[in-house]
Design a protein. Structure first.
Length: 226
């Protein structure tokens, strides 16, 4: 991945230390959707900590102000929703997220094999893109109501193949629910283990059933009691 420009400030955001009170054994990076910030997803940390009490949770704020509203943050602009524009925006931000992950792994003393990226919506797009192109493999990736951007270039660019959980609502009015099947096909084609769940009667959001699916996937990934 391209080196981070020294002129760009590092990402920051809220964090939750391990519930056990001891050193971190895992790192969970929570990537929010457009129009909010890291405080939106960090609220899931106590719920996930019930199965990962030794995990540190971090939720970086996306780097730019949301350009379609007077509040919130964005990983990349959606003023132009064409595939080339989305690809360009995502790729411009990816090195900053990659550098943030490296810094957080070092800070918490955790290796890539104990790292999980969980993203919602635009954050899920970032999680899949960055997570599949890391120098060393994360333990798992979780995409909630997201999409796989640049699926056509994945075979040439993929560097690691962590297990991936894809969850999407059948009634999602923001990100096309067909994105789940498209991502599942593309990931399977390049040898990535995938668990895909299309949830009935769910729009663009994370309900209790989705949170529990992610929690169970985390527990399975790290061999912890669910």
């Amino acid at each position: 991945m391209t080196d981070l420009s020294p002129t760009l400030p590092p990402l920051t955001g809220p964090e939750v230390a391990p519930a056990s009170g001891g050193p971190a054994a895992q790192l969970v990076v929570l990537l929010h959707g457009i129009g909010v910030d890291g405080s939106d997803l960090i609220e899931l940390a106590p719920f996930f900590a019930t199965v990962l009490p030794d995990a540190a949770f971090v939720a970086p704020d996306a780097p730019d102000p949301f350009d379609l509203a007077p509040f919130g943050r964005q990983w990349f602009s959606l003023q132009d929703r064409s595939a080339p524009a989305i690809s360009a925006g995502l790729r411009a931000t990816a090195p900053r997220l990659d550098a943030y992950i490296d810094a957080q792994l070092a800070r918490w003393g955790v290796g890539d094999g104990d790292l999980t990226l969980i993203g919602f919506s635009q954050g899920a797009m970032m999680a899949l893109h960055v997570g599949l192109r890391r120098a060393k493999s994360p333990a798992a990736l979780i995409s909630l109501s997201g999409a796989l951007v640049d699926a056509g270039s994945l075979a040439a660019e993929i560097t690691v193949r962590p297990p991936v959980l894809l969850v999407h609502g059948e009634d999602d009015e923001v990100v096309n629910p067909a994105s789940l099947a498209n991502a599942e096909r593309a990931l399977t084609a390049v040898g990535v283990p995938v668990l895909a769940q299309l949830r009935p009667d769910l729009g663009h959001g994370i309900d209790d059933s989705v949170a529990r699916l992610a929690q169970a996937f985390l527990a399975q990934t790290f061999g912890c009691p669910a």
